[in-house]
Design a protein around this ligand. Structure first.
Ligand SMILES: NC(=O)c1ccc[n+]([C@@H]2O[C@H](COP(=O)([O-])OP(=O)(O)OC[C@H]3O[C@@H](n4cnc5c(N)ncnc54)[C@H](OP(=O)(O)O)[C@@H]3O)[C@@H](O)[C@H]2O)c1
Length: 198
């Protein structure tokens, strides 16, 4: 086995041991932010924030772009990958010992995880839209929270292709199926559905 074959073998082994999950809350029309690209207060619900925070406490690694930092009390302790064009491939974040800077054009996801010190376990993808889209064919489970009473006209969709398609249509097109739904806030009609790959 030559060097390139050995690297491909390691990558395939790592890939099998990494579980990939997505987390987002969207409005009834599939928006994760308003037209300025900011998440409005109306899309923040205590029950969903608790669900999201406890989920992140259980995962081994978080992946996100620079505007999708989760900003929770235990955030500084979490291992994370920042998706960015500012690194050629992989680099340590000089400002955060727990963070790896990753440019997907320069290194595979498996190498990024390995660089972050994670070769098995669960990786949570937490946005934004371009980062969610990178993993559409990869999610084992996508946790889609939705505020059914709220619409954000002109907002930013959770995935490219919204609003022409719904978030549910896009997940279905990428091989995921809605399995179970949990009500998070009955009064506000907010729930979370697990979309799983067979
Ligand atoms: N409702 C929710 O659950 C939810 C979830 C996530 C985010 N949000 C909100 O949605 C908004 C998302 O903001 P955003 O669109 O700016 O997304 P973002 O993913 O947080 O940040 C975008 C940045 O990610 C990096 N990036 C994205 N794709 C890349 C690629 N292919 N290669 C290299 N780097 C890449 C780039 O960073 P560089 O500029 O460093 O190159 C880009 O500027 C925020 O307001 C956030 O609060 C809401």
């Amino acid at each position: 086995m030559d060097f390139i074959e050995a690297m491909a073998f390691i990558e395939a082994m790592d890939s099998e041991k990494l579980r990939v999950e997505g987390y987002v809350i969207v409005s009834a029309d599939g928006m994760l932010a308003d037209g300025r690209g900011e998440m409005p207060a109306a899309l923040k619900f205590d029950a969903d924030q608790r669900f999201f925070e406890s989920a992140l406490d259980r995962v081994d690694l978080i992946v996100h772009g620079h505007n999708s930092f989760e900003d929770q009390p235990r955030s500084p302790a979490r291992r994370r990958i920042w998706v960015t064009h500012t690194a050629p491939a992989l680099a340590r974040d000089p400002d955060n010992a727990n963070a790896t800077l990753w440019n997907p054009a320069g290194a595979s996801f498996e190498y990024a995880c390995r660089h972050a010190g994670v070769t098995s376990g669960t990786v949570a993808i937490i946005g934004g839209p371009a980062v969610f889209a990178m993993f559409l064919d990869r999610y084992d489970t996508f946790w889609l929270s939705q505020a059914h009473r709220l619409t954000i006209p002109g907002g930013r969709g959770a995935f490219p292709g919204i609003p022409e398609q719904s978030a549910q249509d896009i997940l279905t097109a990428h091989g995921l199926k809605a399995t179970d739904t949990r009500v998070l806030d009955a009064a506000q009609n907010v729930d979370v559905t697990a979309w799983r790959r067979d």
